[in-house]
Design a protein around this ligand. Sequence first.
Ligand code: PLP
Length: 383
Amino acid sequence: MSQLGTETAFEVLAKAKALEAQGKSIIHLHIGAPDFRTPENIVDAGRKALKDGYHSYTPAKGIPELREAVCADIARYRKVEVHPDHVMIVPGGKPTMFFAIMMFGEPGTEILYPNPGFPIYESVIKYSGATAVPIELEEENGFSFSAEKVLAKINERTRLIILNTPANPTGGVVQRSELDALAKGLEEHPHVVVLADEIYSRLLYDGEEHVSFLEYEALRDRTILLDGWSKTYAMTGWRLGYGVWPESLIAHAERLQINTNSCTNAATQVAGVEALEGPQDAVDRMRQAFDERRAIIVEELNQIPGFRCTMPKGAFYAFPNTSGTGISSRELETRFLNDAGVASISGTSFGHLGEGYMRFSYANSAENIREGLRRVRECLQPA
Ligand code: PLP
């Protein structure tokens, strides 16, 4: 258990709530959840499912209608054909991640993961007993990676490579040329499996295209796709996600599901069908709102002395370089929360390479973003 890490966002949330309970005003710029309600048609579908009697277990891999809807969605947005037998519905994005890492990680093996990156990757890799080998994501590189450098880290102990584009916490997007080069290089390493976390694939800006790792035919038999409803449809609390598993792994994944969750909440799955097959205009509106706030947050962040922020291309996070303040990221997190009433997350919560950075989520109103960053600026002013 000592190897298992955590996701500090939940800790910051608890501290922020405690301060709010004391009557303090807190602006939440730490949350990795859309500030919108789930679109009404989806809520109605969930409510109707409960009325209609979806109260029991479903097949472990999920209801057939939803697995088929996932395949249609993948064909629509990723232009890739997937068979419903390979799809497993799970409670959120995290279970696919946990299952994949636990399936491949054991002492003596290595797993490559993005750093700074979603903290649960490193946490579960270590928990599995495997060695966590960072793929360094650099600001100069738009928080992407060089395929050549990633390939150079592979050896006979490497079991799994975790990719995340668009990325949390950086908003970085890996370009097609780099993914092409990585996929080509991986053909030489048939023992390595890829976990492609594409949970932010619908949150892209400036005309960026989403390149799915499922596009690489030659690697299809060892690519696991992770996606879900949390971010795209503002459904974080419903707990709904899916994995697309290769033929050789799907039965193992199903067994892990039976040993842990049994299945995913039945009514939630029905709501998930409506999300994928119903109108998508709410998704477009949310994306548009995030895009407008992205411009605001980056402009505001760049006006803070000691901060430097590049324009993120995806997700809903800004990841400014704060090294110019001369204050450690953890200390900034504490000061912003306690002194300025602004909840944000230290870059170090996303791996050691996050030192000198902070994550601010722009899943909040433009007004709150402006007020939050005004407070941050004020808090950094010399007394
Ligand atoms: N993957 C990434 C990159 C994320 O940022 C998150 C959530 O923040 C998840 C997976 C997990 O999503 P869920 O809340 O659906 O489990």
